[in-house]
Write a protein that binds this ligand. Structure first.
Ligand code: NAP
Length: 493
């Protein structure tokens, strides 16, 4: 059923517009505000408090004040708060989905998918909260006992991007809660509404005041800079672009902070001559069009064996060409808008440059006229290997196809990037799939699969795609440090 204006209005009225500090919603200390817009229409959805550097420090003060008590809560208690939050988000899935569609643009069906994925981190880490264990052992010379314990790292600064407003937040907040850390969250200013609604759920689930604090701001560097320099902060977890990540790492080094960096990607999608081409096209639709291509895991380069390239390109073009760009709240929508005009202009520049280099647009290749920042689903073939579109993150619904002849050539092309987040490999030969996986410099591999994200798996990259892992058994470790206690020989008198 189509969403009504009344439903949208009713939902937006539930979203707090202030800063969330010490368990209370408050205005910016300067009184400043900023507008959050719907990328499908360009219209303002809500006006939010715009934090100042002083507000940022107040949020850290609240996190620091709450840290000692929070670290002492029973792991089960922390787990149960997360589990209640999972139940609440799940019960309100339609609301969270609609809010993400409104502020970020993705079609409602996809937004529902993100609610499931994002909520799963709450359930997963509710279970992990009680499993952060250490060990006790006898020293090799028998003269001492070694007690190894896991402790929360302390107050964290979490910075999230706009493309997955719920999941990028829960992927950090849930393990921090499970580990016993307090935090300041700085959501992307393009999509801050989901985090604010989520904070009300955590309050309802029983999260004590000060454990989570949220500062929305249009001056990210000015507000987070002093926190990163503050000796009371112990960890920085960032998801976003590689250039910003590099600068944050440099700043974090001055305070010797623990860091987790989930940065950009340039995923290769390899289709071998023995692949099930129909399955590869299904996988490509997911790997390319999920989130309109605005995902760090989006397939950015389609490397296809020359013997199946024409068939693959034609089938993919048919599927991509059949998508319907429309506001995500409309039932017919299968392709939402890009996040803003700047992003759309960049996507079109990359496409135009590739065509100038000699690539052929099999389908698409242009923005959609009218309101919002829509761009047509596009397939480019015969893309020259030197084309800029193969070097940069496209972050749009554009699939450039390059052909290869041998396995060695495919591996060389795939690894020819500064990024190393994820790769996709389609082949019917399991040995080949595993062999290629071992040769690719990536943190994750989709083998005959177009999606790898899973709360139970370690998500993250190598090279310029970042440091650390989120989710899986590894996820909570990012928020724990190891303390060792040396104990004298209990048998010595
Ligand atoms: P971005 O421009 O790097 O921004 C990410 C976050 O950092 C936002 O909250 C942003 O705030 C903040 N920020 C920007 N400049 C900052 C500064 N100087 N100091 C502190 N914070 C700062 O990235 P984006 O455009 O939002 O997101 C897209 C990027 O994220 C892509 O490169 C994508 O690949 C990457 N990403 C990676 C993963 C992963 O898991 N590896 C997942 C999703 C996205 P404002 O919004 O206020 O500018």
């Amino acid at each position: 059923m189509a969403v009504t204006i009344h439903q949208e209005k009713e939902l937006l009225e539930k979203v707090p517009t202030g800063l969330f500090i010490g368990g209370e919603w408050r205005a910016s200390s300067s009184g400043a505000t900023f507008d959050v817009e719907d990328p499908a229409t360009g219209r303002t959805l809500l006006t939010l408090a715009d934090a100042t550097p002083e507000d940022g420090v107040a949020a850290l003060d609240a996190a620091v004040a709450a840290q000692a008590d929070w670290a002492r809560t029973a792991p089960r208690e922390r787990g149960e708060i997360l589990r209640r939050a999972f139940d609440l988000v799940t019960a309100r899935a339609d609301e969270f989905a609609l809010l993400m569609t409104l502020e970020m643009g993705k079609p409602l069906a996809e937004a529902r998918g993100e609610v499931g994925y994002g909520a799963e981190f709450l359930r997963w880490f509710s279970e992990e909260a009680v499993r952060a264990s250490g060990r006790y052992s006898v020293a090799p010379d028998g003269k001492a006992r070694l007690l190894v314990n896991k402790k929360p790292v302390g107050p964290c600064l979490l910075i999230t991007p706009w493309n997955f407003p719920l999941a990028m937040a829960t992927r950090k907040i849930a393990p921090a809660i499970a580990a016993g850390c307090t935090m300041v969250l700085k959501p992307a200013n393009l999509t801050p509404l989901t985090s604010s609604l989520f904070a009300t759920v955590l309050q309802e689930a029983g999260l004590p005041a000060g454990v989570l604090n949220i500062v929305n701001t249009t001056t990210a560097g000015e507000v987070t800079g002093p926190l990163i320099e503050d000796s009371r902060l112990r960890k920085l977890s960032f998801t976003g672009s590689t250039p910003v990540g590099r600068n944050l790492l440099a700043a974090a080094s001055r305070n010797v902070l623990r860091t987790s960096m989930e940065l950009g990607g340039n995923a290769p999608f390899l289709v071998f001559e023995d692949a099930d081409v129909d399955a590869a096209v299904d996988g490509a639709m997911l790997a390319k069009l999920r989130n309109m291509g605005e995902a760090c895991t989006a397939a950015n380069r389609f490397l296809v064996h020359e013997s199946v390239a024409d068939r693959f390109a034609a089938a993919l073009a048919e599927r991509m060409g059949a998508t319907t760009p429309a506001r995500g709240t409309e039932e017919r929508s299968t392709l939402g808008p890009l996040i803003d005009e700047k992003s759309r202009t960049k996507v079109h520049e990359l496409v135009t440059a590739a065509v100038d280099d000699g690539a052929v647009a099999v389908v698409g290749g242009a923005p959609v006229d009218g309101d919002g920042y829509f761009y047509r689903a596009t397939v480019l073939k015969d893309v020259p290997r030197s084309s800029r579109i193969l070097q940069e993150e496209i972050f749009g619904p554009v699939a450039p196809i390059v052909t290869f002849g041998t396995e060695d050539e495919a591996v060389e092309l795939a690894n020819d990037t500064e990024y190393g987040l994820v790769a996709y490999v389609f082949t019917r030969d399991l040995n080949r799939g595993l062999r290629i996986g071992e040769r690719l410099d990536v943190g994750m591999l989709g083998l005959n699969a177009g999606v790898v994200s899973n709360a139970a798996a370690p998500f993250g990259g190598v090279k310029q795609s970042g440091l650390g892992r989120e989710g899986g058994a590894e996820g909570i470790e990012e928020y724990l440090y190891t303390q060792y206690v040396g104990i004298s020989d209990p048998f010595a008198s």
